[in-house]
Design a protein around this ligand. Structure first.
Ligand code: ADP
Ligand code: ADP
Length: 592
């Protein structure tokens, strides 16, 4: 008898086979019962995402949170100790705990304490934040969202054999949540050996549609439209909105025989070039042998000197360099422009000079269309997609914003905030004032002024601020908030586009002279310890949106300065004058 094993037309997973960490169904009850006796640790949302991708083989050949040697090789050479490519560390950071012992099992639980997996503790090792930040992300700048986040990760990493009992539960878009094995099975059904994957964390416009269709035909294969729905860049359009739009696009505008839409629960690191390589590896595990990389792939935005963290083509170049070894071809995202006279898109390099072209940049989409509540033209965005975006992306003057006042005690934060509150109410916005002193009487009652307590206080304020902003409100936060890293965390939590850091830059001598609460005098007498500016540090903002001078300017001057900034950015609507024209830029120009 001849046994035919089915040969997949797709590229094999990286390393040959898909890692599968799931405990077989018949053994689950047993392992679960034993797990209830074990010490537990609760995973962060990020680690839960990582565990899911480890469990299903999306990170193959990696089959565990990295041990020390793997982590070191990855940082230094972008390889596991086995020599296989792996560009970014995937580690499980925890705080030291007396309950943890080598060679014993621990239970891993999600943020709601549901049991996910059992790990045999084979390694517990310290990790070096500066080294990881520098080597993996190329920066120590706290404006990098992951670098800022790492500051409150546990100081030890753990690693060991994993037995996964259940994947994290998802109640949304279940039909689109495919593991690598399920993705492969679906892709095989299309009958092509070439699969081109498209990674995205943004809404898709016509230009993306054109590009992905061209790439699909070029490789004569099928498109894996593979948006990230785990963790993306803070401030991104939420995945519910995005996925509704992807579905509308995929079902309405693509050849159904050439597209598979599936969701990837990845926690992005925003690591630019290294991340592009990682994305390609993950897509190979899902069956793709081509991967589209655009300008500034997985870019984290600008650093604190307002320069981009990575070069615009670094990601393309890095993937190009490793593409043969990884088995994934880099498909560059070439610039396309719309030709209004021919009603079609064309690559810039193929457009004769003098041809009429049209384009709208990402910034223009926000600033000239979505923010003022203007409908996107159908040559640019499919109407179904435009409608979904308009629903969840109200005009800027109905979006949330956080005005964060930082500075020494007595600098003038509360005084300025009170005037600003009135001005914003005058301009038709609802305001929630979160004043440090007031917050400390209820939300943060009982907290003191140690570094830890101050951080807790600021994170609480930041948490509330982020909720308010997410739901379209204006919040003014006035707290000393002396630590730069914590302020940057809050900026990332709120979303940097909705965060206005205001440095109330009053010299210590002036604050001390004002001493409205008599606290400086007490601090000087040694009756208060850890008093900011006297015997506790204040780290001034490096690149705040606004710096206030309270020595030569009145509180009203300063409040109006902030209002002006908010008017300019559209968070407050300018008073309309009769007969004025809003003057939208004309998107049509001529190719030169
Ligand atoms: P903070 O909230 O920063 O601790 P407050 O606003 O409570 O500071 O206190 C600042 C004090 O300084 C108030 O008594 C205020 O009247 C006084 N002050 C003097 N000039 C100014 C100014 N230009 N801006 C803000 N406050 C000022
Ligand atoms: P933080 O941002 O450090 O948590 P808050 O703005 O919440 O600070 O609270 C600071 C206020 O608490 C100051 O305006 C001051 O009136 C009072 N305060 C009491 N002790 C201290 C201290 N050791 N350092 C700074 N402010 C203190």
């Amino acid at each position: 008898m001849v046994i035919h094993t089915r040969v997949s037309p797709l590229i094999a997973p990286y390393g040959g086979t898909l890692v599968d960490l799931m405990v077989p169904a018949e053994m689950r009850d047993d392992v679960k019962a034993r797990a209830s006796q074990l010490p537990s640790i609760q995973l962060s949302a990020r680690s839960v995402c990582d565990l899911e991708l480890l469990a299903t083989g999306a990170f193959s050949p990696l089959d565990r949170f990295m041990g020390h040697v793997d982590q070191q090789c990855v940082l230094d050479e972008m390889r596991l100790q086995s020599g296989q490519l792996f560009p970014l560390p995937v580690t499980l950071p925890i705080e030291a705990s007396p309950a943890l012992h080598l060679d014993r099992d621990i239970a891993l639980r999600d943020t709601k304490n549901d049991l996910l997996a059992v790990m045999t503790l084979e390694e517990i090792y310290p990790w070096d934040l500066a080294e990881v930040a520098h080597k993996a992300f190329g920066t120590l700048d706290l404006r990098h969202p992951l670098v800022a986040e790492m500051h409150h990760w546990g100081k030890l990493n753990i690693s060991g054999h994993l037995r996964v009992l259940q994947l994290p539960k998802h109640y949304d878009f279940q039909e689109l949540r495919l593991t690598p094995a399920q993705t492969r099975a679906c892709l095989e059904g299309f009958g092509y050996s070439n699969v081109v994957a498209f990674q995205t964390r943004n809404p898709l416009h016509r230009v993306h549609e054109e590009l992905t269709k061209r790439a699909t035909l070029e490789v004569d294969g099928v498109l894996l439209l593979h948006p990230v729905v785990g963790m993306t860049k803070p401030g991104d359009v939420d995945h519910y909105t995005r996925v509704r739009a992807y579905k509308a696009l995929a079902t309405g505008y693509y050849d159904p025989h050439r597209i598979l839409l599936a969701l990837l629960p990845l926690a992005m690191r925003m690591a630019g070039p290294r991340e592009a390589l990682w994305h390609a590896l993950i897509r190979r595990n899902h069956g793709a042998n081509h991967f589209i990389v655009g300008r500034d792939h997985a870019g984290p935005g600008n650093d604190s000197t307002d320069k981009p963290f990575y070069g615009p083509y670094d990601a393309q170049n890095l993937l190009q360099r490793y593409s043969a070894e990884l088995g994934v071809n880099m498909v560059p995202f070439r610039e396309l422009l719309y030709l209004p006279d021919e009603e079609r898109y064309e690559e810039v390099s193929r457009i004769p000079s003098g041809t009429r072209t049209a384009s709208i940049s990402g910034t223009q989409v926000r600033e000239q269309y979505l923010n003022p509540g203007q409908k996107l033209p159908s040559w640019f965005t499919r109407p179904e997609v435009a409608e979904i975006l308009a629903e969840t992306y109200p005009p800027r003057h109905r979006q949330g914003v956080c005005i964060w006042l930082t500075g020494l005690s007595g600098a003038g934060k509360s005084t300025t905030a009170e005037v600003l509150t009135v001005l914003l109410l005058e301009h038709g916005r609802q305001v929630t004032l979160l004043d440090g002193d007031v917050v400390r009487t209820h939300l943060s009652k009982g907290l003191g002024f140690s570094k830890e307590d101050r951080d807790t206080n600021i994170r609480r304020i930041g948490f509330v601020a982020a909720e308010i902003v997410q739901h379209g409100g204006v919040t003014i936060c006035a707290a000393v908030s002396p630590y730069r890293a914590t302020r940057n965390d809050v900026r990332n939590l709120v979303g940097t586009d909705h965060f206005v850091e205001v440095f109330v830059d009053t010299p210590l001598a002036v604050c001390e002279k004002r001493d409205t609460k008599g606290m400086y005098a007490k601090a000087r007498r040694g009756e208060i310890k850890d008093f900011t500016g006297i015997n506790d540090p204040y780290e001034a903002p490096e690149n705040p949106e606004i710096t206030l001078d309270t020595v030569t300017q009145t509180p009203e001057d300063n409040a109006r300065l902030i209002l002006q900034h908010l008017l300019q950015r559209g968070f407050v609507r300018a008073q309309t004058t009769v007969g004025s024209n809003s003057g939208h830029a004309n998107p049509v120009s001529h190719a030169s």
